[in-house]
Write a protein that binds this ligand. Structure first.
Ligand code: URA
Length: 214
C-alpha cells in the first residue's frame, strides 16, 4: 500500500482511502454511508498501522507436511477509541485484529475553551505491557489526543501509536511536541483549524455525522 512518510507522520495515500474520504467529506453524504465508509477506511488504516508489528517463528503442521510459520509476537495489542467518534474506527480494526483488547477513554471537548475533560476510562489491567493504538477520526487541536496519551502514560504504557482520519497541521505539531515518540497515521493533513477548532476543509463534526445527532 502506498504511503507517504514524514517525521513520525504517515499519510496513507492509498486511492481507496482517498476516494472514500472524499465521499465522507461531502455534506450530503448520509449518516449510514458515513458510518460505513469510516468502518471501511478503518480497516485500511489498521493494515498500515500494524505493518511493522514484530513476528516470531512458529512450527506448524499442514495437512501435507510440517512447516515453519510465524505469529504476532508479544501480548495482544490494545485499540483505544476516544469516545465518542473514535468508536467509528473500532469495528473495522477489530475485523482485522479480532483478538485485540479495547480500552475506552471518554474525553469531552469543551466547545468554548476546547479543553479536554475525562469522563470515562476503562482499560485492560495489564495495559502497560501492551502496544496501545489510540484512535480518533479527527486530530484538530490535539487537546483530546494529548490528554488521552497522557492518561495511558500515567498507566505505564510506553508503546503507543495514534491513528486518525483527518489531521490539522496545528494538531500534528502539538501532538508531536507533547509526545514526540508517538507516531501518527492519518489519511489527510488538511489546511488549517478555524476559530471554532474545526478542521478546514475537514468533514464537520465526526461524532455528529457518525451518529446523526445534528
Ligand atoms: N472534531 C470534529 O469532529 N471535527 C473537527 O473538524 C474538529 C474536531
Amino acid at each position: 500500500m502506498k504511503t507517504k512518510a514524514m517525521d513520525g507522520v504517515t499519510v496513507v495515500s492509498h486511492p481507496l482511502v482517498q476516494h472514500k474520504l472524499t465521499i465522507m467529506r461531502r455534506k450530503e453524504t448520509s449518516t449510514a454511508s458515513f458510518r460505513e465508509l469510516l468502518r471501511e477506511i478503518s480497516t485500511l488504516l489498521c493494515y498500515e498501522v500494524t505493518r511493522d508489528l514484530p513476528l516470531e517463528p512458529v512450527e506448524i503442521e499442514t495437512p501435507v507436511a510440517r512447516s515453519a510459520g510465524v505469529r504476532l509476537e508479544g501480548k495482544k495489542l490494545v485499540l483505544a477509541p476516544i469516545l465518542r467518534a473514535g468508536m467509528g474506527l473500532l469495528d473495522g480494526m477489530l475485523e482485522l485484529i479480532p483478538a485485540a483488547r479495547v480500552a475506552h477513554i471518554g474525553l469531552y471537548r469543551d466547545p468554548e475553551t476546547l479543553v479536554a475533560f475525562e469522563y470515562y476510562f476503562k482499560a485492560p489491567e495489564d495495559i502497560a505491557d501492551r502496544l496501545v493504538v489510540v484512535i480518533d477520526p479527527m486530530l484538530a487541536t490535539a487537546n483530546t489526543a494529548v490528554a488521552a496519551i497522557d492518561r495511558f502514560k500515567e498507566r505505564g504504557v510506553r508503546n503507543l501509536r495514534f491513528v486518525c482520519l483527518v489531521a490539522s497541521p496545528e494538531g500534528i505539531e502539538r501532538l508531536r511536541a507533547h509526545h514526540p515518540e508517538v507516531p501518527i497515521w492519518t489519511a489527510s493533513i488538511d489546511e488549517r483549524l478555524n476559530e471554532h477548532g474545526y478542521i478546514v476543509p475537514g468533514l464537520g463534526d465526526a461524532g455528529d455525522r457518525l451518529y446523526g445527532t445534528r
